[in-house]
Design a binder for this molecule. Structure first.
Ligand code: AMP
Ligand code: ZN
Length: 476
């Protein structure tokens, strides 16, 4: 069973998708006016974990993540840099796609750009006008009449009471104007990009973009819609109002929101200037998978206070996982193994551990319990490496591969060590046995040149190798 905390009900609910084996998932993508910061990536990586988990449970996930390439921020940014909106946003879209890869996020099934979906937005606004829910104001822009939608406020639990009738808000982002009519289509302003519409030239408001792209690609009712907690109001509240008023159907069955990444207990944000981009951290020598681990290490509904110190701890964890995986792989291909029940590691350790991990994941992605179980097994594997038979080692390697599918830490990215490295490692071990340290040193360097790091075992234990690809390996 999978339980997810639904912001709409405020409760943990059993997850029942519309189709037995399929999940429709919409995640609000980046606004491409700058590099995404790691606060943004906390939300995106949480969504990636959710998707990976659903796939591991056997669902086919249709995942749509939009690219917001027209809104107040992108237009202001492009004007400042004297670029066209397209030139300006294409650069940051590309950077975002690269950052996603660096963090080993799965590619969404579809990544529609808002500017490619304008006819869908116009059609949706048209429906709302026909139903007298949207209207054109004196400024020629089209607004959504919030008082026409009874359930307005049901997601954010905001009340319409006390708001001035006819109050309007023309900007994409706002916090306090709970009951104000919000903009769907902004009449063109001098020098700003605009598109033709039945109401004259203009451009869409941010909220209508997601409603239109979500319904176009996933249908009028979808299973899961996710984002960061700041999107609950007004963005998602407005998405519900627009979509449900147009179709008369529920828009989303499960709303999931990630709490913010904080710095000194304040939200990491561009406007506060307290942010790191992924690139900032890579330039400081931090490893992408250590960053990924840090972002995932705290349950998504708890705030996560970011420190550089936490990245150092994460580095140790990733290094431990790497070492354990390679210790297993290095022990394969021997001529003899200790006697051991060949099914023991799969049936008694790895299989049950994975069942336990997925059980905790199914409890609203309880990562603390999942990681506790995972690390316990890694310790157990480390303790028993030299007692394992070939089947046991293979079971542990499979365990790492499945864990990778879930966490995306990219530990088990290669299944075997190239032959020339194995050969040199054997020569290296022989040289050490013969106390020929000049010879073993030379061989160590040769192995490093091939891209592998030699790790000496304790006395009596074999030396192993692991692929050099982490920042800390490369510096050594
Ligand atoms: P934006 O590019 O501003 O549209 O934001 C992209 C995603 O990042 C949205 O889901 C936001 O809710 C989320 N987000 C923004 N700041 C943070 C933060 N400090 N921590 C977690 N998520 C955030
Ligand atoms: Zn959105």
């Amino acid at each position: 069973m999978i339980r997810l905390h639904n912001t709409l009900s405020g409760k943990s609910e059993e997850f029942k998708p519309l189709q037995a084996n399929e999940v429709t998932l919409y995640t609000c993508g980046p606004t491409v006016y700058n590099y995404a910061h790691i606060g943004n990536f906390r939300t995106f990586v949480f969504e990636d974990l959710l998707r990976r988990f659903l796939e591991l449970k056997g669902f086919k996930v249709k995942h749509v993540m939009n690219i917001t390439d027209v809104d107040d921020k992108t237009i202001t940014g492009a004007a400042k840099e004297k670029k066209t909106l397209q030139e300006y946003t294409a650069f940051y879209t590309q950077a975002f796609l690269e950052d996603m890869k660096t963090l080993n996020m799965l590619s969404p099934t579809l990544q529609p750009h808002a500017t490619d979906s304008i006819p869908d937005m116009i059609a949706l606004i048209d429906q709302l006008i026909k139903k007298s829910i949207a209207y054109q104001a004196e400024d020629k822009s089209i607004y959504y009449r919030v008082s026409k939608f009874e359930r307005y406020g049901s997601l954010s639990k905001k009340k319409l009471d006390g708001n001035i009738a006819g109050a309007r808000v023309a900007v994409d982002e706002y916090e306090k104007e709970e009951g104000a009519d919000f903009v769907l289509w902004k009449a063109a302003k001098e020098g700003e990009p605009s598109w033709d519409s039945p109401w004259g030239k203009g451009r869409p408001g941010w909220h209508i973009e997601c409603s239109a792209m979500c319904m176009r690609h996933l249908g009028e009712t979808i299973d899961i819609h996710a984002g960061g907690e700041d999107l609950v109001f007004p963005h998602h509240e407005n998405e519900i109002a627009q979509s449900e008023a147009a179709t008369g159907k529920p828009f989303v069955n499960y709303w999931l929101h990630a709490k913010h990444l904080l710095v000194n207990n304040e939200k990491m944000s561009k406007s506060k200037g307290n942010f790191f981009t992924l690139r900032d951290l890579l330039a400081k020598g931090y490893d992408p998978m250590a960053i990924r681990y840090t972002l995932l290490s705290v349950h998504y509904r708890h705030s996560l206070n970011f420190t550089l110190e936490s990245l150092k701890e994460a580095r140790e964890i990733i290094e431990k996982l790497d070492n354990c995986f390679w210790a297993c792989v290095s022990r394969l291909g021997r001529t003899s193994y200790p006697a051991c029940d060949p099914t023991y590691w799969q049936n008694m350790i790895c299989g049950p551990a994975f069942d336990e991990m997925t059980k905790w994941m199914g409890d609203d992605l309880n990562v603390s319990a999942v990681f506790a179980e995972f690390f316990e097994i890694v310790t157990e594997i480390n303790k028993n490496l030299d007692k394992m038979d070939e089947q046991g080692l293979k079971a542990c390697i499979e365990f790492f591969k499945t864990a990778d599918r879930l966490f995306g830490f990219d530990i088990a990215f290669l299944e075997s060590i190239p032959r020339d490295v194995v050969k040199k490692l054997k020569q290296y071990s022989d040289a050490r046995k013969e106390k020929n340290f000049a010879g073993s040193d030379a061989l160590r360097k040769e192995i490093e040149k091939l891209g592998w790091l030699v790790k000496d075992g304790r006395p009596g234990e074999p030396s192993t190798v692991k692929k050099i690809r982490r920042t800390w390996d490369i510096k050594k």
